[in-house]
Design a protein around this ligand. Structure first.
Ligand code: OAD
Length: 248
């Protein structure tokens, strides 16, 4: 898993670097990915029932129970070496942007300070009708939380058919267009508009690196591919960068 000299050079020169993460970066923390065989979330559950506004309006209790279950699993999990390496890279690289499709907050728990969240955050809540935020609510299956406006309170995550938060998407797109180095890590690259970001970066001249044990739609466009779990690939790449920094 030796990084190329081109990749090491770009990292040592501290060029504008953007990282896009997906569910795969949290796989080694024990959190199931959405796609990819038995055990993945969309293999076992129906996204239209659990991750859509129509599903929520039809059966809010079921949706809340599913999210409470996922919150528990996430709370019991912790960041893995992949998350921790990205937090270190943020400290060392002056022009570094972390964009995530994940809602699990593990980047923040690993110490990353600026995280562009494209799909929301499972620990936040908002009103389905007026979008007012509700940081702390007591959830009881018999009394589903309500906003004073009469709307139902729901997890603040992006569901199928919904728009991404505009400010986050705009910032992610701008940074991707300016990147000289772009990492796509642990994402199947099938959900848009997030899946466009690596291609925008590539079109604008970035060196594109993919870290994923499986091939994806993006693999043919990547300049360098690490077919390995991110929890081992990222620390290994960073170790090479650091040894060069110390040697010079
Ligand atoms: P997916 O579940 O679609 O893809 C996870 C990817 O991680 C796959 O390509 C795996 O091969 C890879 N993977 C698995 N283990 C890995 C490891 N240890 N290291 C690196 N990669 C690994 O997840 P996303 O691409 O994030 O949307 O899915 C995108 C969106 O689809 C999610 O944000 C979610 C979902 O529906 C919303 O909730 C809106």
């Amino acid at each position: 898993m030796q990084p190329s000299s081109e990749l090491l050079k770009l990292l040592r020169e501290r060029v504008a670097t953007v990282v896009l993460t997906g569910a795969g970066i949290s796989a080694e923390s024990g959190i199931a990915t959405f796609r990819g065989g038995t055990g993945s979330l969309w293999d076992k559950f129906r996204p239209e029932e659990l991750a859509s506004a129509d599903g929520f309006l039809a059966n809010p209790k079921l949706v809340w129970e599913w999210y409470q279950w996922r919150r528990r699993l996430i709370n019991e999990a912790g960041p893995n070496p992949g998350h921790l390496t990205l937090a270190e890279m943020e400290k060392e690289l002056p022009n570094f942007t972390l964009i995530t499709q994940n809602v699990d907050n593990l980047h923040q728990r690993a110490g990353s300070k600026e995280v562009i969240e494209l799909h929301g955050n499972i620990h936040r809540n908002k009103c389905q009708r007026c979008a007012a935020p509700f940081p702390d609510i007591d959830f009881e299956p018999e009394h589903l939380p309500q906003c004073p406006c009469g709307g139902s309170i729901r997890p603040d995550v992006v569901w199928f058919g919904e728009m991404l938060p505009e400010a986050a998407l705009n910032l992610a797109t701008q940074r991707s267009a300016k990147a000289r180095l772009f990492f796509s890590i642990g994402t199947s690259a099938v959900v848009y508009p997030a899946a466009d970001l690596p291609l925008i970066a590539k079109r604008c001249g970035a060196y594109l690196v993919e870290i994923n044990p499986e091939e994806t739609m993006l693999t043919p466009f990547a300049d360098e591919v690490f077919s390995a779990p991110s929890g081992s690939a990222l620390p290994e790449i960073w170790r090479h960068v650091r040894s060069g920094i110390h040697a010079s």
